[in-house]
Design a protein around this ligand. Structure first.
Ligand code: SIN
Ligand code: CO
Length: 375
């Protein structure tokens, strides 16, 4: 993928033009983004996935103005019949379970991997949908089967309906309406209100993005820093305890001593002193596998050196000094860093390149193989 090459997927815009003009800014309707697109997962396989503990699923049924929401896993038989209108089932993270869906998600890597989240598939009978709402993240809505009518609008009043189990806008005011056919795609920036209603049987694929909030990042990084400070204390001679040899006599003084306030402030400052540690914690957080993902350790380690293909569930990122894989961080420099960054980018590595890793890096990568992180 080249930044300046026009893509049919983006209505003839290059990734650079799309990012500049539309990303986080304004919608884009792309007729035949993927010409001749057909579902990558058939209906019965998709509906069987609602039974799996490893797939996050929801079933939403509308009866007039009343909505019901059920969270999976549930038995396939407990879904309404295919002849019943006005219901939908949504399956999150299907890219983790299906190679073709994972490959489709790779087409959206003109957005950094650290932002790419998952591919959700919805199945709906005629009239089915999740109601008018907005999402906090950018979304590409690719029509996979049948038709869906999208109504979209910039919402001035974000109030939600009370007493419904979903986030449904109280006063949705659509500004545009589009009927999408298989292969058509609609891009919406965060906060853009939308309502998609199935016209006949319908399947829609949504490419969603990660939007960590400032508070969530602060929480994750501070928790990591606290852990690190605790471990450092264990490694050193003992806890660094507050000392107040200069403390003057207090007469039932309830005020917190300034020196104690400074000691506390200094403790936090010291924990945050190491920018590389913050970068490590961020990379570990961003590559943490989803809660439904667990890898099966491989009983016999692969013969080394060999070609490597990352498991589709493996998350791999890097920064200037580290490689991050599935919630763990590793320092990498020189040729090792170059080769491991290639693995993160291409999600595969030839035996020829694997052979050029230092013995330490090769041992590390073999450990990842034993964990089942690549095949
Ligand atoms: C759907 O596929 O029905 C919902 C997708 C969305 O509105 O984000
Ligand atoms: Co939405």
């Amino acid at each position: 993928m080249q930044k300046n090459t026009p893509l049919t997927l983006l209505a003839g815009l290059s990734p650079a033009q799309f990012m500049k003009r539309h990303w986080q800014k304004k919608p884009l309707l792309i007729r035949q983004a993927i010409a001749g697109f057909a579902p990558l997962v058939d209906r019965s396989t998709l509906l069987a996935m609602v039974e799996s503990e490893e797939v996050e699923s929801r079933c939403i049924v509308r009866k007039g103005a009343a909505w019901t929401l059920r969270k999976g896993p549930f038995s396939r038989r407990s879904l309404p019949s295919l002849k019943t209108p006005d219901w939908t089932v949504l399956l999150q993270g299907v890219d983790l379970h299906n190679d073709a869906v994972h490959a489709l998600l790779q087409q959206f890597r003109f957005v950094p991997d650290a932002r790419l989240d998952d591919l959700m598939i919805s199945y709906a009978t005629d009239g089915g949908g999740v109601g008018p709402h907005f999402d906090s993240y950018d979304v590409f809505l690719l029509q996979a089967h049948g038709q869906r009518r999208w109504r979209i609008g910039r919402q001035k009043t974000p109030e939600l309906q009370a007493d419904v189990p979903l986030k449904i806008l109280k006063n949705f005011q659509p500004e545009a309406e589009y009927l999408l056919n298989p292969g058509d795609m609609l891009y919406l920036p965060p906060g853009y209100a939308h309502d998609g209603t199935a016209v006949g049987e319908c399947m829609t694929y949504s490419v969603g993005f990660k939007v960590p909030s400032r508070a969530e990042l602060a929480r994750q990084l501070l928790l990591g820093l606290a852990d690190e400070a605790g471990q450092n204390e264990l490694k050193s001679q003992g806890a660094m305890l507050y000392q107040d040899a200069q403390q003057e006599a207090a007469l039932r003084d309830a005020q917190i001593p300034l020196a104690l306030q400074n000691f506390a402030f200094d403790a936090v400052k010291r924990a945050m002193k190491e920018p590389q540690l913050l970068n490590c914690l961020l990379g570990e957080y961003l590559t943490e596998p989803k809660p439904q993902v667990w890898f099966d350790a491989r009983p016999s380690p692969p013969t080394w050196p060999c070609a490597i293909v990352l498991d589709r569930r493996t998350k791999m990122l890097h920064d200037a000094k580290h490689i991050f894989v599935n919630g763990e961080s590793f320092k990498a420099t020189g040729r090792d860093a170059k080769i491991l960054r290639l693995l993160a980018k291409d999600r595969r590595l030839s035996a020829h390149l694997a052979c050029q890793l230092s013995p330490e890096a090769a041992a590390l990568v073999q450990d990842w193989g034993s964990e089942g992180w690549w095949a």
